[in-house]
Design a protein around this ligand. Sequence first.
Ligand SMILES: Nc1ncnc2c1ncn2[C@@H]1O[C@H](COP(=O)(O)OS(=O)(=O)O)[C@@H](OP(=O)(O)O)[C@H]1O
Length: 309
Amino acid sequence: MKGYPDSQVILIQVIIMDNTDVKLLKYKGYYFEGSSADVDFLEHLDDFEIRDDDVFIITYPKSGTIWTQQILSSIYFEGHRNRAETVETIDRVPFLEYNMHKMDYLKRPSPRLFSSHIPYYLAPKDLKNKKAKIIYIYRNPKDVLTSYFHFSNYLVTLEASDNMEQFMERFLEGKVVGSLWFDHVRGWYEHRHDFNILFMMYEEMNKDLRSSVLKIKHFLEKELSEEDLDAVVNQATFQNMKYNPQANYDGILKHEIGTRTNDGHFLRKGTIGDWKHHLTVDQNERFDRIFHRKMKDFPLKFIWDTNEE
Ligand SMILES: Nc1ncnc2c1ncn2[C@@H]1O[C@H](COP(=O)(O)OS(=O)(=O)O)[C@@H](OP(=O)(O)O)[C@H]1O
């Protein structure tokens, strides 16, 4: 099979048989998006050369990735902050493992900003040696599930589900891009001492964007005037991002990846607790039981509802 090392052929064929087309690509125990993952690149990921001033946004899908891309783009680039330049966030903070625009990462000027959904154990070894900074964003998994359900039905490259019940089954089995949410969050948290990492919660960003930007700016050791800080916050509000073609991914989804309908958006709702409109009482109780079993001794707190502190 062209482009795939021999060792991967058997594994990839299993996934093709499972799905008829390659929506999911399982590699080293983790599900990548089949149509965009480059196995040659993944084979060498461990040795990917990290620079001290690289910055990575790492997330489980649907947890605030493109939001943080917009924040970092505005912190690092004046022309992004004041909208003098028209570079999209995907080109300022590209996805490491999904190199959509075929960038030569080695030629990118420093500081390089990257996004990624990789699990902790696939991180390049220099990252494990605390070279470079990582911002890990996590979100309550019922809202992740809800956001992911809509996104999977919207994008042609992801497997659509007939209903929430079916998607929830896949999500709880970890048969989605990003694999199992519980493993991703737990893995990064439990190995946090191996990395130079800041944990940020989507819901805290949602409740107090300014404080969250300050926290990020502090972690990145960046100076910003009050006026610039205001501009970063302003550029990162849901409403401003939704109508900003450099930040909203509408063009990329519609013209580069492909969508199943015309009326969806990457920036869908951007709220806390939308799961309440999509899970039945039974589904919610089942989710709670599994969450409590898997996360019972997990110290990070989660916010499930917009009124929660
Ligand atoms: N500015 C801002 N404020 C609040 N919420 C925001 C913002 N930007 C993105 N989002 C919401 O983040 C969800 C998408 O997550 P990701 O960017 O991680 O998706 S992906 O993994 O990169 O596909 C998706 O959540 P849902 O609206 O619940 O679907 C986006 O709307």
